[in-house]
Design a binder for this molecule. Sequence first.
Ligand code: NDP
Ligand code: 8X3
Length: 258
Amino acid sequence: MSPREHGCVVVSGASSGFGFRTALLLAEQGHTVVAVARREERLDALADAAPAGGRIIPLTADVRDRDELKSAFGKLPDDMPDITAVVNNAGLSRGFGPMQSADSRQWQEMIDTNVTGLLNVTSLLLPGLVERGCGHIVNIGSIAARYPYTGGNVYAATKAFVHQLSLNMRTDLEGTGVRVTCVAPGMARTEFALVRYDGDEQRADRLYDGVVPLTADDVAETVLWCLSRPPHVNVNMIEIMPTDQPFGLGFAQRRGRA
Ligand code: NDP
Ligand code: 8X3
């Protein structure tokens, strides 16, 4: 199949971790990928790494800013195939403090990114999928949404929003041909912990002591599997965890690692 027949997949948060690997795997399959994130140089490196037969188009934007996103999507090249799927992956966690001592600015950043950012991307791209009568939205949730751990509070709640929204979107989209999946990973080694600990590499590394975490590829391959089911199959929700991770992060906290 030509890249046009494969369609185009928009991947948010493609400059690192799950998004980066998902973009590359999709390009390897012959898809055109629109890779969204704020760090332009990372996206350029990703685009340069696109294999023959695949194409990665960098799109530098902050998902929290709907106007910026809209204008960036408006400048995509004309020779691009139609958008057939969206992977809403951009997201972050900030801090590990209990609710009573956490920083409300960090809460706002998580809500703005994980909730509003996901809604911004979806609101701009979903009408096109519905109009064309097919498509697939994959939202990246988290096991934190289902299994509480101390300090998970607002981060976990933003991901619970993603899980419930995914199910509700399914009902709204009945009869449109558009599919919705939520992929909920557990602990994975990406830049996620580094961001959560505000760049403290030692603390981020300690979280993974004695655990074999998921890799970005484990999650990217799961996303690809969901996207590649035949059109009559909708995978609603997938949880994927390291074998070594009991539910939540309580085990790491008990051992003084989180
Ligand atoms: P990374 O920190 O490696 O990647 C996060 C990505 O999100 C980066 O590309 C970052 O790009 C992008 N991003 C963050 N904020 C914005 C923004 N405002 N606008 C655009 N892009 C943004 O983490 P992961 O790959 O691990 O995380 C990906 C998703 O998976 C997140 O939603 C996270 O909550 C979720 N998750 C992660 C788990 C883990 O253990 N790693 C487990 C379960 C879920 P840039 O900074 O360049 O903008
Ligand atoms: C993050 C997953 O297990 O680190 O979404 O909380 S976990």
